[in-house]
Design a protein around this ligand. Structure first.
Ligand code: BGC
Length: 362
């Protein structure tokens, strides 16, 4: 926590993350920094989720500040559209590709094309699977996200074998390595409580195959939650929605409202990304917690990797073991995710300059 807060403080001003506040971009060697008009292409998954808008805007701002030309494109969660975008980026003469994949396995061919053309590839937030074309990976500690959600549930739900609580899991997309890692971190924390009967998953859907959500889609989570409430909670209440992302939390909230849940029996609901709306929900009590990921910091780490492959600078790496993509172990920098709830959002989110008090009050 100390480290994370220090990093946040280092992020400095910039009211909104998308404003391009350059986290600790100072740690990248700005003296070696004239991008000399080199073209960096950035492929992002979707504009439908707030975090990716911030990621794209931060990457563009920080790269442009260093003199690079930036080609930023979003593929709206359409796997084929992302493949075509990357093909076009290669054809248009990109000098470096930064990719946040929609389906981490689906890009193997375009990555091979990039390698063939001598264009270095950097994985952004999501690991690129089954390719040796990727040089570096900038991300958050993805298992740590799950661990922190799990720890939060264990510490705050008050469940014991004498006073059991019901729980359902709404996990991420099966084609995203992050979703698997998050699930592993979460289960490590809550499995002992499931084993001793403190937590009860009435649907029995504790395995990732049955509780994942393709493309992290809000509507899919809403429908699944509606279905679970009807089938398993007609005579009982759901106490905990363990959601892997804020969008899934919104889906569960709609389902719970539709099923007549009120303040009196509202569940503990987790999330990830600390989106503006989620943070407002945390303040109002509708969502219990989220995981804050400072996209300015992530962008700054990724930018040092771009500089490394283009200018021969040395990027900071803090993990050379965890991220085996099936072909190689990708040298990675893991930023620290920070849990936020109503007790610490002021210090972490407002204090870190991520959202202003005014934005949260609107
Ligand atoms: C990211 C999360 C995000 C999710 C849905 C994951 O790959 O790591 O921060 O919530 O995708 O967009």
């Amino acid at each position: 926590m100390t480290v994370a807060l220090a990093a946040l403080t280092a992020c400095g001003g910039g009211a909104a993350p998308a404003a391009g506040g350059s986290a600790d971009a100072g740690s990248s060697d700005s003296s070696a920094s004239s991008g000399g008009g080199k073209k960096v292409a950035v492929a992002m998954p979707t504009q439908s989720s707030e975090r990716w808008m911030h990621d794209g805007a931060n990457m563009k701002a920080q790269l442009e500040e260093l003199g690079y030309t930036v080609d930023l494109q979003y593929a709206e969660d359409d796997v084929q559209a992302q493949v075509s975008q990357i093909e076009n980026m290669i054809a248009a003469g990109a000098n470096c590709l930064v990719i946040a994949a929609i389906d981490s396995d689906a890009l193997v061919n375009v990555e091979a094309q990039a390698k063939e053309a001598g264009i270095p590839v950097i994985a952004y937030d999501r690991l690129l699977m089954n390719t040796d074309a990727v040089s570096y990976y900038a991300t958050f500690d993805n298992k740590g996200v799950g661990t922190k959600i799990g720890e939060y549930i264990v510490q705050h739900c008050g469940a014991t074998p004498e006073n059991p609580q019901t729980i359902e899991l709404f996990m991420g997309s099966p084609d995203d390595n992050n979703a698997h890692m998050l699930y592993a971190g979460l289960m490590e924390q809550i499995q002992p409580l499931l084993d001793d009967g403190s937590l009860v998953c009435k649907s029995g859907q504790t395995d990732f195959e049955s509780n994942n959500t393709l493309r992290w889609d809000q509507q899919t989570a809403m429908k699944r939650c509606e279905d679970l409430l009807t089938r398993y909670y007609a005579d009982d209440e759901l106490d905990i929605c363990a959601c892997a992302y804020d969008g899934l939390s919104y889906g569960c909230m709609s389902a719970l409202e539709g099923a007549g849940y009120t303040d009196a029996n509202w569940p503990l609901i987790t999330g990830q990304d600390a989106e503006l709306m989620a943070t407002k929900h945390i303040i109002s009590g509708k969502q219990t917690m989220s995981i804050y990921k400072d996209t300015r910091l992530l962008a700054s780490k990724c930018v040092t990797m771009v500089q490394a492959v283009l200018e021969g600078a040395k990027p900071e790496i803090n993990d050379t073991e965890q991220y085996n993509n099936g072909k190689i172990v990708v040298p990675s920098y893991l930023c620290e995710p920070v849990p936020v709830d109503k007790d610490n959002y002021k210090e972490v989110i407002i204090g870190g300059g991520y959202y202003t008090e005014e934005q949260l009050a609107e």
